[in-house]
Design a protein around this ligand. Structure first.
Ligand SMILES: [Zn+2]
Length: 286
């Protein structure tokens, strides 16, 4: 009986391969912490579709212009270079599979050394508990796919200023603690108005150990932007913010070497290069 089921499954996989799926991919090469976009134009309706990539599933959603469907495939910062594949899976009465090769290259991120307050590089017991709690809370937010896209026009930057530290830098704090830079830093003296990169729903407004005063905006369908180290908030959790709306004022709260804005993006639960994501979304999605 088991053998028979296995045979039937195998047969249906073979029969359904490369059938009825028209797709576009933004690039077959990516790097750690970069995002790729796949468009899907099915000739038949389906009730579920996703991309399977490195053990995770990234769902397809209707494109904002309703011409087809899109899925975002983020790659983790910690992913090593690899020749692999992404598999588009659509499900109607049966499953259809289409695999495409993806090459993951090294992002060639730079190294930097920083000096911060010793309490932010060697953690007390209380700090460790707080860090773990805040990490868990953030993960829960980022792994939520809100089934609604709030955005319908291109992303903008939260302020126009010099970039003082690029995303992805391999960091060494106070000569001992290793980490990586999970966002892009913009020069901003305390009190500079910070605007929402795009429309969305505010899902977090609070002071956190590393990020200091933080605002996170849910743009829908697994896309989140973050604004850290603020001196003051201008929004509350649950607010719908418009693109360009002031959400707070820059500052030097949390783990910092001085006042600046740290700008982040999470896609499908993965922390990604914010500027590359904005460029990708503006070019292929919005
Ligand atoms: Zn930063």
């Amino acid at each position: 009986m088991i053998a028979k089921i296995a045979l039937i499954l195998l047969a249906s996989m073979l029969l359904s391969a490369k059938e009825d799926l028209f797709f576009d991919i933004s690039s077959e090469q990516t790097a750690n912490a970069k995002t790729v976009l796949v468009d899907l134009y099915p000739s038949h309706p389906f009730h579920k579709a996703y991309v399977a990539f490195l053990g995770k599933r990234y769902p397809f959603f209707k494109r904002p212009d309703e011409s087809g469907y899109y899925a975002l495939i983020p790659t983790s910062y910690y992913q090593k270079p690899l020749h692999t594949q992404a598999t588009i899976v659509t499900v109607d009465q049966r499953k259809h599979y289409l695999s495409l090769p993806i090459e993951i290259q090294d992002g060639h991120y730079k190294r930097e050394s920083l000096r911060v307050n010793p309490s932010k590089a060697h953690f007390s017991k209380t700090a460790k508990v707080r860090i773990a709690k805040e990490l868990k809370e953030a993960k829960k937010i980022y792994n939520t796919y809100t089934p609604k896209l709030y955005i319908h026009s291109p992303f903008i930057l939260p302020l126009h200023s010099k970039i003082t530290s690029a995303f992805g830098n391999k960091r060494l704090f106070n000569g001992t603690l290793k980490s990586y830079h999970s966002g892009t830093d913009f020069r901003a003296k305390t009190g500079t108005p910070i605007i929402a990169s795009n429309r969305g729903r505010v899902v977090l407004v609070k002071n956190r150990f590393f990020a200091g005063n933080s605002v996170i905006i849910d743009h829908g369908e697994g896309i989140y932007s973050g604004y850290y180290h603020l001196s003051k908030f201008a929004v509350n959790v649950g607010d719908i913010v418009e693109k360009g709306q002031v959400i707070g004022y820059s500052g030097a709260t949390g783990r910092v070497t001085g006042p600046h804005l740290h700008f982040t993006f999470h896609v499908g639960g993965v922390c990604v290069d914010p500027l590359q994501f904005v460029e990708l979304a503006n070019r292929y999605l919005l």
